[in-house]
Design a protein around this ligand. Structure first.
Ligand SMILES: [Zn+2]
Length: 402
């Protein structure tokens, strides 16, 4: 995952404790938060038995989390139980919220997700961002963020962090866009352009899409390749429940894996890249359609109507995807390949040729290919949830900021 939107806070309330004890307290606070988040509502006794600490120790941790507004008591447990009734604990419906944002080639979107994972506010703006300089785009995005923050503040939430998904390569500093070819942005530090009083994390949209699949997807595997597309094609590699980021943070550039080494020139400097065959614009071109606003909608509609030109273009895009994915599948042996983003909407016409090509070329048994239920919402949800996960992972840091 991208760098969590918080730093270590050495001046916390328990700083008199020695380091090891302090570290233990932080870890135990996180274990309580994760347990209640995953299994709540739970009594203190139930939390204690789940994480193997005494009830007294858990009560101290729980009290601290309640004071910080991260947990809340829902009232007495149902009557009729033996012994003193405990109060059921749940993660707060108010308190910290994750703000997720997405800079798409054709839209901007922002949402606020509470600790329970519910979307509490959202704002979307449609309009092409291609060729616009970063300043006005991020100015508009900041306006949407302010609107969402104002709405969620009215509901008792406060922004714990802002995570922004972008269609491009992001440096390890998690704020600089190194290259976003379809926006035509290069080496742009987004932090000064988003003057918001919220910790900022910038990440690649395919990575956030994969994290959303991992955290929110129904029965998501621990090892998978997540492929997503808008204008470009990105992928993310999840190994043992973690994102593989690569040395510079650039792992997953599936769109620039060559399908035909002597094919057409690509903006990356190479030739015959996957994007030249399966990117939205390439598919439109192959189908003889003009690039409009709702490209995927138009393709899906024509394909459903039986337009043979469109179906052929999608079949060929599926074949190109299968060829490009063969290398990754043979190298990494993932449990499955998940299609997300815009591709999810075209799956009925892409999948047969993609599966055939992949099965024909992989050394072992065919790798299953499935379609994400999150569709094009994945990157935005993944961004917001990455902030929520950071709160669960280190509640002490957030409590100190609250
Ligand atoms: Zn390329």
């Amino acid at each position: 995952m991208t760098a969590p939107p918080h730093k270590a806070h050495p001046a916390g309330p328990g700083r008199a404790l020695p380091d090891t004890q302090q570290g233990m307290r932080r870890r135990n606070l996180a274990r309580v938060m994760h347990t209640v988040s995953a299994e709540g509502p739970l009594s203190r006794a139930a939390v204690a038995s789940r994480i193997g600490l005494t009830r007294a120790a858990v009560s101290t941790l729980v009290d601290e989390l309640i004071r910080s507004g991260l947990l809340e008591e829902l009232g007495p447990e149902r009557p009729g139980r033996v012994g003193r009734p405990g109060s059921a604990l749940a993660v707060s419906a108010g308190g910290p919220a994750g703000i997720g944002a997405e800079v798409g080639v054709d839209h901007l979107a922002v949402c606020a997700v509470d600790l329970r994972g519910r979307i509490r506010s959202r704002a979307v703006h449609h309009g092409s961002n291609r060729g616009r300089s970063p300043e006005p785009v991020l100015d508009e995005l900041a306006g949407l963020v302010r609107r969402v923050v104002t709405e969620s503040t009215a509901e008792g939430l406060w922004p714990a962090g802002l995570a922004v998904a972008v269609p491009g390569l992001v440096a390890r500093d998690a704020r600089t866009v190194v290259r976003a070819p379809n926006l035509d942005w290069q080496d742009t530090d987004l932090a000064p352009l988003l003057p918001l009083d919220v910790p900022l994390t910038v990440g690649n949209e395919a990575n956030f899409g994969a994290l959303a699949e991992l955290w929110l997807g129904e029965g998501a595997p621990r090892d998978f390749l997540h492929v997503s597309a808008e204008i470009g094609i990105g992928a993310a590699v999840v190994v043992d429940g973690k994102l593989l980021r690569g040395t510079r943070g650039f792992a997953g550039e599936l769109g620039h894996v060559p399908v035909r080494p002597d094919g057409p020139a690509c903006a990356c400097g190479g030739r015959g890249c996957l994007e030249q065959y399966a990117g939205e614009e390439a598919v439109l071109r192959a189908a003889g359609l003009e690039p409009g606003t709702d490209r995927v909608g138009v393709l899906a509609e024509r394909a459903a109507d039986g337009d043979e030109g469109v179906r052929r273009a999608l079949r060929e895009a599926g074949t190109a995807l299968g060829i490009a994915l063969t290398g990754a599948v043979n190298l990494l042996d993932p449990e499955s390949v998940v299609l997300g983003g815009a591709l999810a909407g075209l799956a009925p016409w892409l999948l047969p040729s993609l599966r055939d090509e992949l099965a024909r070329r992989t050394a072992g048994p065919a790798c299953p290919v499935s379609v994400s239920e999150l569709g094009s919402e994945g990157p935005l949800l993944g961004a917001a949830h990455s902030v929520v996960r950071a709160v669960l992972d280190d509640p002490a840091a957030v409590a100190e900021r609250a």
